[in-house]
Ligand binder design. Structure first.
Ligand SMILES: NC(=O)c1ccc[n+]([C@@H]2O[C@H](COP(=O)([O-])OP(=O)(O)OC[C@H]3O[C@@H](n4cnc5c(N)ncnc54)[C@H](O)[C@@H]3O)[C@@H](O)[C@H]2O)c1
Length: 347
């Protein structure tokens, strides 16, 4: 309704997306146009086939309205909720001329992938098991100190990211982001994650943090996820449609010292559309934890960058080359880039 109304009223939208829960289209994630909330809930239960048709028809109508806005200059992008996927399944006009790709960009494919994941930046997490706000505050200070040191030796193309992350962690307490456990998320790359974890472990040993800290990460990250419609959508070597990397990531993490690992189906984009691998790692201030964190975090992030590099993502080739320089024991095959003109002439 909103897209259509804005079009009728000639209201220009500069930037647009859809944020309905389309990873779950048949059970309340998307309410089709023309039905009240109650009618839709009844139909979902009593006549699911009809409900599916209503959702499909609504998606086609919505895509038509979006296309009209796009013709007037709206930049529309997929928010990662499977809008383009479900609209395409409904037969809506969202495909490019090649019939293989969507005509609109997706926020991972065009924004997060090249800017963050290819460099190894992702949502690194920690939880202070003491439950004390002062411990979280100490971890914020430590993480900030580590990043402020690292930024000076970082390559030019990641400095603005580092600066953003420093700003984020500086404002984290003041912005009251904690809703339950004393936990934090901070975007960091492989080196950042390792150095921060190392510093936490030392602070626990020195008694500056009063209890163990558990590390983890989101599945919305460089590694551990096979998600062809979101996190791995810009891996163009075809491996985005396999579910191997999440498994490899988890096996590697478990042998390299994770406290636990997990494999999930469906997180964020829907059951059957994604496999996610995750880990938890306990830091207790011990020497063993120090060894484990270096071993495991290094693998956890670089495993994902390697794959992105094999797919010839430019920033990932740079990032993995940098990782190999820093750790001569790491040997990752680099892709051979073919001169597209030469290749074209051959055909
Ligand atoms: N990109 C990301 O990083 C990211 C992060 C979180 C969630 N997601 C995805 O985004 C989607 C939304 O997540 P959420 O947590 O906001 O979900 P939510 O269920 O809290 O919100 C969805 C909203 O859409 C509304 N809605 C349903 N059908 C509608 C329609 N036809 N027209 C207008 N509004 C309608 C619902 O009333 C609800 O308020 C999910 O699919 C989720 O997986 C993406």
């Amino acid at each position: 309704d909103v897209w259509e109304k804005f079009h009728q009223e000639n209201i220009k939208i500069d930037l647009g997306s859809d944020q309905t829960s389309l990873h779950n289209p048949w059970a309340g994630g998307y309410y089709p146009v023309g039905l009240t909330f109650e009618e839709a809930n009844r139909m979902m239960a009593d006549n699911p086939a009809q409900f599916k048709e209503e959702v499909h028809a609504s998606l086609r109508r919505q895509a038509d309205a979006i296309n009209k806005h796009a013709d007037r200059g709206t930049y529309f992008f997929d928010y990662g909720n499977a809008f383009l996927l479900e609209a395409s399944r409904a037969g809506a006009d969202v495909m490019s001329a090649d019939g293989l790709t969507f005509k609109y960009p997706s926020y991972v494919q065009d924004i997060m992938g090249p800017l963050f994941f290819d460099y190894g930046f992702g949502p690194f997490r920690w939880v202070c098991t003491s439950g004390k706000p002062e411990d979280l505050e100490m971890t914020d200070l430590i993480a900030c100190e580590v990043l402020e040191k690292l930024i000076n030796s970082s390559p030019e193309d990641v400095r603005s990211q580092m600066a953003d992350n420093i700003q984020w962690i500086k404002g984290a307490k003041q912005n009251k982001l904690v809703v339950g456990s004393q936990a934090r998320i901070l975007y960091a790359d492989a080196i950042g994650r390792i150095k921060i974890a190392e510093a936490f472990n030392k602070a626990i040993a020195d008694g500056k943090i009063s209890g163990p800290v558990v590390l983890g990460r989101d599945h919305h990250d460089v590694s551990g996820t096979d998600s062809p419609f979101r996190e791995t959508s810009n891996i163009y070597d075809g491996s985005s449609f396999t579910a191997d990397m999440a498994i490899q990531n988890v096996i590697g993490d478990s042998f390299r010292g994770a406290t636990w690992v997990s494999i999930h189906n469906g997180g964020g984009v829907g059951w059957g559309e994604v496999i996610n691998g995750g880990f938890g790692m306990l830091l207790d201030g011990s020497k063993e934890a120090d060894k484990r964190l270096k071993n495991m975090l290094f693998w956890d992030v670089n495993n994902g960058i390697s794959r992105r590099s094999w797919a010839r993502n430019e920033a990932a080739v740079k990032a993995i080359s940098r990782a190999m320089l820093e750790n001569p024991n790491l040997k990752v095959t680099l892709p051979h880039l073919v001169d597209e003109n030469l290749f074209g002439n051959l055909l």
